[in-house]
Write a protein that binds this ligand. Structure first.
Ligand code: OAD
Length: 264
């Protein structure tokens, strides 16, 4: 309990930033990337997490690529925010939490009501034109229809579905960052400003091994932020943590939050 009390005292000062990874959505039914049953166990990320690899799979085994994409969309479609997402949204509402920097592409922070969400790796529900950069985001119905059509698409229809034409003549693609691609620079820049100014950084459910996202906690630490890690297992970032709670996010966060009062 001492640790929880110390963390509460830090968070009550406000100016908190949260950085989240796949672990926070695990209890919403989205398996983590690297955990048991995670998607990288069944699909080699060296192939499936980069553009050239995915293109190669499409040419040789188009339905294998379809199944990979379908699994992502169906999992996200079936997921709902859990307690941990809602608590972060409530912390923002009460003026304790400034922002969430997330590596997740599942839109669950926004669904829980969080407003200031910085998405380092994009968002699966959003498509972006690669030429004019126009964005489109699925609503519930749009996502359902996309999944329905994806399941029934021929090889040619697959390309049209996943890379639909834009009015400008370019093509849309899911707005997610694959390995070897740059992070959205405006989002990444904002994330640096947020962690550089934070009193404390809540590090929730990330293995901390994917760069450049994993540089942010080091930058926060250098700039004086207190690092509080919540994760059932130690991670590559645990050594810079001032406090570590080795528990699932939806168990640890309610314990802390039940004592929290907003800053004056
Ligand atoms: P990982 O799958 O690498 O790590 C998930 C972390 O969540 C692990 O440290 C788990 O111990 C922890 N975890 C599991 N269940 C949890 C729970 N209930 N509560 C809290 N923590 C829990 O996922 P990320 O660190 O998010 O990038 O991965 C980072 C990036 O690697 C992803 O954004 C994705 C991936 O490849 C791209 O696709 C570019």
């Amino acid at each position: 309990m001492e640790t929880i009390e110390a963390i509460r005292a830090i968070l009550e000062k406000g100016n908190v930033v949260a950085m989240t990874g796949a672990g926070i959505s695990q209890e919403s039914g989205i398996p983590t990337f690297r955990g048991k049953g995670g998607i990288w166990e069944r699909y080699n990320p060296a192939i499936y997490a980069n553009v050239a690899g995915l293109f190669g799979v499409f040419l040789t085994k188009p339905y294998r690529m379809r199944d990979f994409i379908l699994e992502f969309y169906e999992t996200i479609h079936n997921a709902k925010p859990n307690k941990a997402h809602y608590i972060l949204a409530e912390m923002e509402k009460r003026g304790i939490l400034n922002s969430i920097i997330t590596q997740n592409v599942d839109n669950l922070h926004q669904e829980a009501g969080s407003k200031n969400v910085i998405e380092l790796h994009g968002n699966m529900l959003r498509f972006r034109c690669t030429k004019c950069m126009k964005e489109n985001k699925f609503d519930e119905e749009g996502l359902e229809e996309f999944i329905y059509r994806l399941k029934r698409a021929s090889r040619l229809q697959l390309i049209r579905l996943i890379f639909p034409k834009c009015d400008c003549g370019g093509r849309y693609r899911p707005d997610v960052v694959l390995f070897g691609e740059s992070l959205p620079q405006d989002e990444f820049g904002r994330a640096y400003v947020e962690v550089g100014n934070a009193n404390s950084l809540l590090l929730i459910g990330t293995s901390g091994i994917v760069y450049p996202a994993a540089t942010l906690p080091f930058y926060a630490k250098e700039h004086g932020a207190i690092i509080i890690e919540i994760n059932p297992s130690p991670t590559a970032l645990s050594h810079i943590g001032d406090y570590t709670i080795l528990e699932k996010a939806s168990i640890a966060l309610p314990k802390i939050f039940e004592f929290l009062t907003p800053p004056i």
